[in-house]
Design a protein. Structure first.
Length: 374
């Protein structure tokens, strides 16, 4: 039986050892996401859904509360237990990903969501990503097997079904995100340069072949072709409106509630939140947000240099890679550097799956950057 006193001592120890700068940065980023959700979704709720102006805001607040509970849970686990739980949850989340092609909900040509009674439009890949990083780190950082090529092969076997399940949805953005995160972990684990380039080349050619020659991926192919030939396609509407919003917002923005992108582009508060923020608050706020992300990444990398355990280093680098690449893809889509991918912005975009996924990732980071008690 746990007494109130023992629970208090446990979480007091957790609070005392947690990395405060990283923790408060995470809370601040979530708070900013909640604020931007309020200003970007109130009109959508009142005009399109004919409901309470704060419908999306309250849903976002509930997701963040669940996310914070999740964050505290994963950050307070004992290190060994964290790795064991992560392996179990990897297989559970992978099972949900397998269910997507069978029972998933199709939206705009993609089948990426499951309708669960407690979480409608749940996106399993958001849970798969953090636990994949943990599982790959266990494989690549294993001290029991010294054959590095065997480790690379096993890690590849783990990644292949995830690639396959994402490609048939199809979700090219998440496929690239998982692919680049895996490559980063393989690279920093000490792989030879020529073998790394071969890996990268073969997988990239396979990906391009799938997109351009397999009928299932015609939807993605059309997006890519229309991106490079804007006059020939109709898939650039969202990206065109997003870049127009950034330009019209200028350096200091139009002002709170004055933006129009959120009413003209579907899912602007998720996939195009950067453009919504830029239109109303200006490019200067986007620059400040990027500085916040860089400061967060810098604080985690400071901790990595102090860690001697190979598995923990791999987890932290993989987690940060997921965040960096996702931010870059989201930003790139918004400024038309990349084709539309449907990628949310970590911490800031509206969406239950995204918030819970990044909360798990944050909890893992906080757990492994805690001050160690001897």
């Amino acid at each position: 039986m746990f007494s109130i006193n023992s629970i208090y001592r446990y979480y007091y120890g957790w609070w005392k050892n947690i990395d405060k700068p990283i923790f408060f940065l995470i809370i601040f980023l979530f708070s900013l996401g909640l604020f931007f959700s309020l200003v970007s979704t109130s009109l959508i709720a009142s005009d399109k859904l004919d409901t309470n102006n704060y419908f999306f805001f309250f849903k976002h607040l509930i997701f963040i509360c669940i996310g914070l509970i999740t964050l505290i849970f994963f950050s307070s686990l004992e290190e060994k237990k964290l790795f064991k739980v992560s392996v179990l949850l990897f297989f559970i989340s992978l099972f949900f990903l397998v269910l997507v092609p069978i029972f998933g909900t199709e939206v705009k040509g993609s089948k990426r969501w499951l309708n669960l009674f407690f979480l409608p439009r749940f996106q399993p890949i958001e849970l798969v990503k953090p636990f994949t990083i943990m599982f790959l780190a266990i494989i690549l950082g294993s001290e029991k097997n010294t054959n590095v090529y065997y480790k690379y092969f096993i890690s590849f076997i783990v990644i292949v079904p995830i690639f396959f399940l994402l490609m048939i949805q199809p979700d090219i953005g998440q496929t690239l995100l998982v692919f680049l995160s895996w490559l980063t972990l393989v690279f920093i684990s000490g792989i030879g340069l020529m073998l790394f380039i071969t890996f990268f080349g073969v997988l990239l050619i396979s990906l391009l072949y799938s997109v351009f020659f397999i009928p299932k991926f015609e939807y993605i192919r059309n997006r890519i072709l229309s991106f490079f030939s804007p006059s020939d396609g109709t898939h650039n509407f969202q990206s065109d409106k997003a870049i127009d919003a950034i330009i019209s917002g200028g350096f200091f923005g139009k002002g709170v509630g004055e933006g129009t992108l959120k009413n003209r582009v579907p899912e602007a508060h998720t996939d195009y939140i950067i453009s919504v923020i830029s239109e109303e608050f200006g490019v200067v706020v986007i620059i400040l947000l990027l500085i916040l992300f860089l400061f967060f990444i810098y604080n985690v990398f400071k901790k990595i240099y102090l860690v001697s355990n190979e598995k923990i280093k791999l987890v932290l680098v993989g987690s940060i890679t997921l965040i960096i690449v996702q931010v870059l893809i989201h930003l790139g889509v918004n400024i038309r550097l990349f084709p539309t991918t449907g990628m949310t912005l970590p911490f800031l975009s509206y969406g239950g799956s995204s918030i819970i996924g990044v909360s798990i990732l944050s909890g893992i980071i906080l757990n492994l950057t805690k001050r160690k008690v001897n």
